[in-house]
Design a protein around this ligand. Structure first.
Ligand SMILES: Nc1ncnc2c1ncn2[C@@H]1O[C@H](COP(=O)(O)OP(=O)(O)OP(=O)(O)O)[C@@H](O)[C@H]1O
Length: 342
């Protein structure tokens, strides 16, 4: 059942280009989207100038990468994906998909990307086989080039080929949607929040499949709220907030920023302000007797900091330290001004 048969490499796959695709699988420059004031989303603002969901973002997804697009609710992730999918019309800016300009060469741009939507909407009376065949027809894939059985096997759905979609579990439907996005063998696969509502075991299976595709050269873009998911899967992560890219780096470089720790000191006496002698530190009073110092693990250690605190004339009654995690970085990047995020 879970034989993760890899996709074979048909003519229409990335290597069709002799591995010489563009350096950026997806490239956006100055991409802006303003939704009209009455464009329908619940809670959409009335009157005024509309909602600016993307504020002129620049983003490159390197060819062959496993790219994570992270952001809180309403950050603009779906808007970005929907522009790629042709479901939302951008207001301004330029997008290329596999080197094809979305405006000037829409057909090739669209043919270069497969998108797995957030919603599990599959016609309940279609079988997986029919779903894939229908999609292949939609993309004009000739009969001789269709890979329905192969895709079903790769998605561990061979034994469900003839079952009504309504009888499939959530995880199976999700895999069917991944298969559906791959019928035209696009070199880029985008997964929009693919693991929402998928249980842990099936999530793992899904990732095994997607990883295998990535190993074979398919560029993967994943949007998620789950930081750990992005951390384990993605080699590059962009963090988007309120329509802006607030960080974009390799996963190790982003993780290196987690070099932060926090030292919390309970003091014997009340303080009105952080002593001038400690003003070069990233220190703040959380209450008159609670001093918090943020520091880099790779820099001065706790003993050196304690020496500084004592030298400033403070008596310490108790102390605790806390490690930062990706969640902290995320909060920091999405609440602080962009500059100085390192
Ligand atoms: N059709 C629409 N009309 C008006 N505003 C919209 C529309 N679609 C999205 N928005 C607004 O644009 C902003 C970005 O929304 P978007 O769905 O792209 O965010 P997201 O990062 O995908 O969030 P989520 O993780 O919740 O899917 C939000 O403020 C949202 O309310």
């Amino acid at each position: 059942m879970n034989e993760a048969a890899p996709f074979s490499r048909p003519d229409r796959s990335p290597e069709r280009d002799g591995n010489e695709g563009p350096p950026a699988a997806i490239s956006a420059r100055g991409l802006r989207k303003v939704y009209a004031p009455h464009s329908g989303r619940a809670g959409g603002r009335r009157g005024g100038s509309g909602k600016e969901a993307l504020k002129g973002i620049d983003l490159d997804v390197p060819r062959g990468s496993f790219f994570g697009l992270l952001g809180p609710n309403g950050a603009g992730k779906s808007t970005f994906i929907n522009i790629l999918a042709g479901l939302v019309i951008k207001t301004e800016g330029r997008v290329t998909i596999w080197g094809h300009d979305l405006d000037r060469d829409n057909r090739n741009a669209r043919a270069s990307i497969g998108i797995v939507p957030q919603e599990l909407n599959i016609d309940p009376f279609f079988t997986p086989e029919e779903v894939l065949e229908f999609q292949a027809g939609l993309y004009g894939v000739p009969q001789a080039e269709r890979r329905t059985a192969e895709i079903l096997a790769a998605m561990a759905l061979s034994d469900k080929a003839q079952a009504y979609a309504r009888t499939l579990s959530g995880g199976m439907r999700r895999r069917l949607l991944v298969g559906k996005a791959m019928v035209h063998s696009p070199p880029i696969l985008v997964l929009d929040e693919p693991t929402a509502g998928v249980d842990v075991e099936l999530r793992q299976q899904l990732w095994d499949h997607v990883r295998e595709m990535n190993r074979q050269g398919v560029t993967i873009v994943l949007t998620t709220h789950y930081l750990e998911e992005a951390e384990t899967l993605c080699d590059r992560i962009a963090i988007i907030n309120q329509g802006e890219v607030v960080a974009c780096d390799t996963t190790p470089a982003l993780l290196a920023r987690l070099d932060r720790r926090e030292l919390r000191l309970v003091l014997a006496d009340d303080l009105a302000a952080v002593p001038a002698a400690l003003s070069d530190l990233d220190a703040a009073l959380r209450s008159p007797r609670e001093l918090v110092i943020r520091f880099r693990r790779s820099g001065a250690g706790v003993p050196a900091l304690l020496d500084r605190v004592r030298a400033a004339g403070l008596e310490v009654l108790d102390l605790t330290t806390e490690e930062a995690d990706l969640e902290d970085l995320f909060v920091e990047l999405t609440t602080a001004p962009k500059a100085g995020a390192g």
